[in-house]
Design a protein around this ligand. Structure first.
Ligand code: NAD
Length: 427
């Protein structure tokens, strides 16, 4: 039997999210008991499961699902297939989901998980078997009213379709179609929502538009860079280009490129589709050192890849006036202090990328009601909801005289605090 050991660095995201939480709890004076409840995760599921590879050998994989809190509704959050997935990363990402759902006013709690693999090492058939066996191993720990996964790094609508199919196939046939909303981000033909594919990137740009309006700025001609050119990065670039902004730099796992005259997001996306999702080799760009990326002379930075990318190593180099956090946890606490000191605005992840979970919520509702929603309606609803959360965050920042991340946390924590105070703690 073969096992694969993945050598990886600790990401530090858990320490980051807890520092952010404790700071916001101090600023707002969060009830002590509720602070204790929210400091812990409710459930942490680790599964080891075997899968037969194409060469006939068996490999054992490790999967995680952390369920942080469900005071407001079922656990909700993505599944990530990446070598950095471990219990700490799943905890941090699950905790962020609780704040994100609460801030967006959704009837959800927070969960997150994934498998510690590099999907590039597996064929499509192997990935299907890994996904299905992981879903089977999670068993009744997920469910449409219990815990609802969604796409994240290296997981897409195809993977969500396999999860939905495995889940419903292992339940009674009588309930088959009542269970499709066990997962969101499915392909449209399998109960997915039109517009869910672009919901996160669309939401990122909706927050940037709200910021521009607040600052009396025009996005036309603004230069921006994007780290990560997957689901979130591409769609954010697409909607920024629609506003007349110019994409001048892109970084992904395969390379770092710049062109001050502009990079066409559509041409780059077409290229990536034919190049296993990688930007490397795209023509008419200059290649630069990876470490210099965030220091590119531009107006707006959209991190849309992994956590802890903006750190003490590069915060001082940043020249942009705005960082719009498409990714979860891209800026660490130490770097944020420097950026705020420099007067750089940060639209925090739990607000900036909440279009994803909001789109997922509409898909879940669509499935529960056996309806088919239209993309135009979805995008209007999304923009409205995200603008409400943006305005609440601004108002709370003024009230508490604090930064936007802390105020976004306060809005979320106030909602959770109120729920616990009203309902009490069982028994
Ligand atoms: P994706 O798998 O579609 O794309 C990830 C991108 O990041 C790829 O372009 C990849 O090459 C790049 N990347 C990976 N490692 C990198 C590295 N070391 N340096 C630079 N780039 C690197 O994933 P996604 O769904 O677009 O998610 C991106 C981020 O957005 C994640 O932080 C995720 O948690 C967050 N997010 C996603 C959604 C969603 O709906 N998909 C919603 C909210 C937040």
């Amino acid at each position: 039997m073969e096992t694969k050991t993945i050598v990886k660095q600790k990401t530090g995201m858990y320490e980051n999210v807890m520092k952010q939480f404790n700071h916001a709890a101090d600023v707002m004076g969060l009830n002590e008991g509720i602070r204790k409840i929210l400091s812990a995760t409710n459930n942490e599921i680790v599964v080891h499961f075997p899968v037969k590879l194409d060469n006939g050998k068996i490999e054992v994989f490790t999967g995680y699902r952390v369920q942080h809190n469900n005071a407001l509704g079922p656990y909700k959050g993505g599944l990530r297939f990446h070598p950095t997935v471990d219990i700490d990363a799943a905890r941090a990402l699950a905790i962020w989901m609780t704040w994100k759902s609460a801030l967006a006013g959704l009837p959800y709690g927070g969960g997150k998980g994934g498998i510690q693999i590099d999907p590039k090492n597996y064929s499509q058939a192997e990935l299907e078997r890994i996904t299905r066996r992981f879903t089977y191993a999670l068993g009744d720990n997920i469910g449409p009213d219990l815990d609802i996964p969604a796409p994240d790094v290296n997981t897409n609508s195809q993977i969500m379709a396999w999860i939905a199919d495995t889940y419903v196939s292992t339940k009674s046939p009588a309930n088959r179609h009542n269970n499709l909303h066990v997962v969101t981000g499915k392909p449209v033909g399998s109960g997915g929502l039109e517009g869910r594919d672009r919901a996160t990137g669309f939401g990122v740009v909706a927050t940037i538009k709200a910021w521009a309006q607040l600052k009396n700025k025009n996005l036309k001609g603004k230069k921006f860079i994007v780290q990560g050119f997957g689901n979130v990065g591409y769609w954010a670039a697409h909607f920024m280009a629609k506003e007349g902004a110019i994409l001048i730099g892109v970084q992904d796992a395969s390379g770092t490129m710049i062109n001050n005259n502009g990079i066409d997001p559509e041409a780059l996306n077409d290229y990536c589709q034919k190049n296993k999702g990688a930007i490397a080799g795209f023509p008419n760009v200059e290649l630069i050192e990876a470490e210099t990326f965030f220091g590119i002379d531009c107006d707006i930075i959209i991190p849309a890849a992994l956590g802890n990318q903006i750190t003490l190593k590069n915060a001082n180099d940043i020249k942009a006036e705005l960082i719009a956090e498409g990714a979860n946890g891209p800026t660490d606490v130490a770097a944020e202090a420097i950026l705020l000191e420099k007067g750089i605005n940060i639209i925090p992840d739990i607000l900036c990328n909440s279009g994803g979970v909001t789109g997922s919520y509409y898909e879940w509702l669509q499935n529960k009601r056996s309806e088919n929603w239209k993309i135009e309606d979805v995008l209007i609803l999304l923009e409205d909801k995200i603008t409400v959360a943006f305005n609440k965050t601004l108002k709370t920042a003024e009230q508490y005289k604090t930064d936007w991340r802390t105020s976004a946390y306060i809005v979320a924590l106030q909602r959770l605090e109120q729920t616990y105070i009203e309902r009490g703690v069982f028994p």
